[in-house]
Every structure is written in C-alpha cells, then in structure tokens.
Ligand binder design. Structure first.
Ligand code: SF4
Length: 307
C-alpha cells in the first residue's frame, strides 16, 4: 500500500474516491461543438493525430440531448459500476467553442442531472475568454468543474508538426486566468510524438509540473485510421514505441511529477476500430499490469525524483 492506496501514483480514481467517498465514473458527452482547427478559423485539417470524431470517439451522439446522453452513459456502465455518481465529460472537439448561450444550455443541462457531481470540459486555451471563465466560475460554485487543456508538448517544432495552432504564451495566459478563477486544470500530453527524444518529453513533463495544475493526462501517441498522421506514417515511417519503451518512458515521467498532481491517465484509450499503431496498446489490462509490475521492479513511485 502507498499513500495513494494500491497505486504508486496519485490516480484519478483515488482522488475521486477521496473527494466523493465512492467510485465516480466519467460519462463522455458530445455537446455538438466543432473546433477552430477544423472549421477554418485556424485550419481545416485538425491536429494531425485527431480522428474525425474530434477525440470524442467514446461519446454518445450529439443528436441526443445532454440529459439523454447521460442516461445512455449510465446504462453503458451498468454492469461495472458500484456507485451512482458521475462526471459529465465534454470530450468531443473543443468544448468551449460556441456561443455563451449554447455553453450555458449544455453545461446547465449536465449539471442539473441529479447523478452528476462535476463537469470536465476538454478545450483549447485559445478558446477561453473572460465570459467563459465567468460562466465556469459560477458553475464551479455548484458542482466541481475541471478544464482539460490539450497542450500535448511544450516544444514549438512539435506543436507546428501536429498543427496545434497556438503557442505556449496562449497556454500560459489561459492557465493563469483559470488559476485566478480557482478552476482546476488538467493538461493533456502526448508521449511518443515523432522527432521528440526522451529528453524533450521529460522537459515537457518538468515544464507542466512546475505550473499550478491539478492533473496531467499522459497519452501514448496513437495512429488512427483516416488521420493525416496515418498518411504521414505511411510515407515517412517513424519509430513507434514498443510497450517496454513506453513503460520505461512513462515511469521516468511519473518519477518527475510532484506527488500532489493527479494522474488522470497514464496510457491511451484509442478506439479499437480506428487503432492502427501501436496495436499492443489495445490491450489495456496487459499494459496496466505491466506498468504496475515495472513500478515494483524499479521500486519507484510518483515524485521520487521531483525535488
Ligand atoms: S484541438 Fe482537439 S478537436 Fe480540434 S483538431 Fe485538435 S485534437 Fe481535434
């Protein structure tokens, strides 16, 4: 046992269990958004790795209202759940990229559902303004709100390669505003981007860990069918991490992350029907077991090297 229960790191599961006294499940919602990186405001092609579902491949259909999507999500979880508390996870596309009226409507519909204890909103830092911060702050007074920012990397050359469409200053400005409004921020990072070395990745980990953030989502690079990354890979094959390489890299990252930062994800959850590479990542159970085994073998834990 560690101070985080049975895990050598501060898992989201442990954090939510402490906060709400029971297991809490996330339900992915499609709030009918698009993305400035797809609708032409910044680009029409999207980030190079993004599937046509806008990274929301596990969400219900936006043709259902938010309340019905929550009910559908609850049914999907019926076999494995033990509690009755959920977080509405606005996952598909850019979930603050709409009129304030639309945002108010979809967020309020989620927050007013009796089984929803919080909102998790995935977005881009260039799609957060003062009006949105005010709205999120007022919701945060009723039920907890997390904002998830898809930074992926601190390096400008990689940001250009993935067509992220904003710079590090933009990320820092949004983070600063969210910090001032007391809204917890989770940062998404991708491990294994082409042309990034282990040192580059650890630099991104140190950079984000030095900020005032609530959590990190560490995501293994997936190559999904139909993406520009799949085409790029076909024409310019680059090294894809093996499972052992990923685990070694991941543990080196986690050792550097201070123990107060919650790890919302440490692998990836690519949709199986779209996953091209690496196929080993499709077997989540094996990957997670191997990670735990390696933590034990190395006798290490989150934050061991963070000072
Ligand atoms: S910002 Fe998100 S939704 Fe938009 S293209 Fe990039 S990954 Fe996809």
């Amino acid at each position: 046992m560690t101070k985080w229960g049975d895990k050598p790191y501060y898992s989201l599961n442990y954090y939510l269990q402490q906060l709400y006294g029971e297991k809490v499940y996330k339900i992915a919602i499609d709030g009918g958004f698009t993305c400035p990186n797809r609708d032409g405001k910044i680009d029409t092609r999207g980030c190079i790795f993004c599937s046509s579902g806008g990274s929301g491949d596990f969400a219900s259909s936006a043709s259902l209202c938010v309340y019905d999507q929550i009910e559908e999500g609850k049914k999907r979880l019926a076999n494995k759940k033990s509690g009755n508390k959920y977080i509405a996870y606005f996952q598909a596309y850019t979930n603050t990229y709409a009129s304030l009226d639309h945002l108010k409507r979809v967020y309020s519909e989620a927050i007013s559902h009796e089984d929803i204890v919080g909102l998790s909103i995935a977005t881009r830092p260039d799609c957060i303004d003062d009006n949105i911060i005010n709205l999120l702050s007022s919701l945060n007074l009723h039920k907890k709100v997390w904002v998830e920012l898809g930074l992926q990397t601190m390096h400008s050359s990689s940001a250009k390669f993935i067509r992220r469409g904003y710079d590090l200053d933009c990320f820092e400005n949004a983070l600063d505003k969210l910090n001032k409004a007391n809204i917890d921020v989770v940062v998404h990072l991708i491990l294994g981007l082409p042309h990034e070395t282990k040192e580059d990745i650890l630099k991104t980990i140190k950079y984000t860990s030095s900020k005032n953030i609530h959590g990190l989502k560490l995501q293994l690079l997936h190559i999904l069918k139909g993406t520009d990354l799949a085409t790029y890979y076909q024409n310019n094959p680059f090294h894809i991490l093996t499972m052992d390489e990923y685990i070694d890299l991941l543990i080196s990252c986690i050792e550097l992350i201070p123990p107060n930062i919650v790890l919302h994800r440490i692998t990836g959850d690519g949709p199986k029907k779209l996953l091209l590479h690496p196929l080993w990542s499709g077997n989540k159970k094996v990957v997670l077991n191997s990670i735990m085994k390696q933590f034990k073998t190395r006798n290490t834990w989150q934050g061991k090297k963070s000072d």
